[in-house]
Design a protein around this ligand. Structure first.
Ligand code: 13P
Ligand code: SF4
Length: 304
């Protein structure tokens, strides 16, 4: 089958079976083209919750499908590729977090959305990369224990110097592949380009950015900007999406190595096999786990 034939079959089956397909912006172009929504993980889960589709296929990684299930417990939620995890989301075990909370009494425990549902059951407030600063500013406590991404945590701390932060070692192995040398070499090759980076990058690297933001934040910035050349410091898949959205502008990777293999795990044929019911993994979470994990998400919505 050609790419076009596979895409047509996915669209036909989606309609026939009332299925909603979500694609994180790090998915490849062929998948984004057949998705009902493309964006970041929480935004996608919110869109799916608003719709009437009985089945939702999350093309992304496991924590994203779990978030989708938390927001739509009555729907059948399928993770497009059962092997697609997120190394950062799985960096801290619940037992470790319980011990950490004892080390930091009086702190509010804030978790990045990129965490397992199990870990969320022990957190007070959840944040996304785009909402972290606003939500943590609104928390009625000056002491914040932030897990698991100390790089995003460092960025938030720089924006809210009046609060006290505790971090754990952690971070996204994909964004951590971008080095200061990579940024310097890319800037030397494209001196007129603006540098747009994700706060999951190391603070020394992030300090060199002209703009720091979430994936959708970076895309919106590049699309609206009058500038013509951009160096992209996040997962390289969005370079192609930006080239399609703005063919009159030029986009270059800061590092050729900023590729997330977990995000690459899903192929267009996986999506076809999910809509025809022969592949993917249905996300199942106990009522108790969902109720406990949902609290930190509700708190994020209240504070945001
Ligand atoms: P956002 O899409 O929320 O910016 O997250 C980036 C990321 O690494 C997702 O796994
Ligand atoms: Fe996880 Fe980083 Fe990959 Fe996102 S890019 S899924 S945070 S490893």
């Amino acid at each position: 089958m050609t790419t076009r034939e596979i895409q047509d079959e996915i669209i036909r089956l989606k309609k026939e079976k009332n299925i909603c397909v979500l694609a994180h912006a790090y998915m490849t172009r062929d998948i984004c083209e057949v998705a009902d929504f493309v964006g970041d993980s929480f935004g996608l889960s919110e869109q799916a919750a608003k719709g009437d589709a009985e089945t939702v296929i999350m093309c992304g990684v496991r924590f994203m499908a779990e978030t989708c299930k938390l927001l739509s417990p009555q729907k059948k939620v399928i993770l497009s590729s059962p092997i697609a995890g997120c190394p950062m989301a799985e960096q801290i075990e619940k037992d470790e977090l319980i011990a950490l909370k004892e080390t930091y009494p009086g702190y509010t425990t804030v978790c990045y959305i990129n965490t397992t549902t199990d870990l969320k059951t022990e957190c007070d407030v959840c944040v996304t990369s785009s909402s972290a600063v606003k939500i943590i500013k609104n928390i009625d406590n000056d002491k914040i224990l932030f897990v698991p991404d100390c790089n995003l945590g460092d960025f938030v701390k720089s924006q809210i110097p009046e609060k006290q932060f505790a971090f754990v070692r952690g971070g996204c192995p994909t964004h951590l592949r971008i080095s200061v040398k990579d940024v310097e070499a890319a800037k030397a090759a494209h001196p007129d380009a603006l540098i747009l980076m994700h706060p999951e990058c190391h603070p020394r690297v992030a300090a060199l950015a002209d703009f720091l933001g979430s994936t959708t934040g970076i895309m919106a910035y590049a699309e609206k900007s009058e500038h013509k050349e951009f160096l992209i410091g996040t997962e390289n898949s969005i370079i192609q999406h930006l080239q399609f959205a703005c063919p009159d502008k030029s986009f270059y990777p800061v590092s050729k190595d900023c590729v997330c293999h977990n995000m690459r795990a899903t192929t267009l044929v996986d999506v076809l096999n999910c809509v025809n019911g022969t592949s993917g993994e249905e996300i199942t979470l106990s009522e108790e786990t969902m109720a406990k994990a949902r609290r930190c998400i509700d708190e994020m919505l209240r504070l945001g």
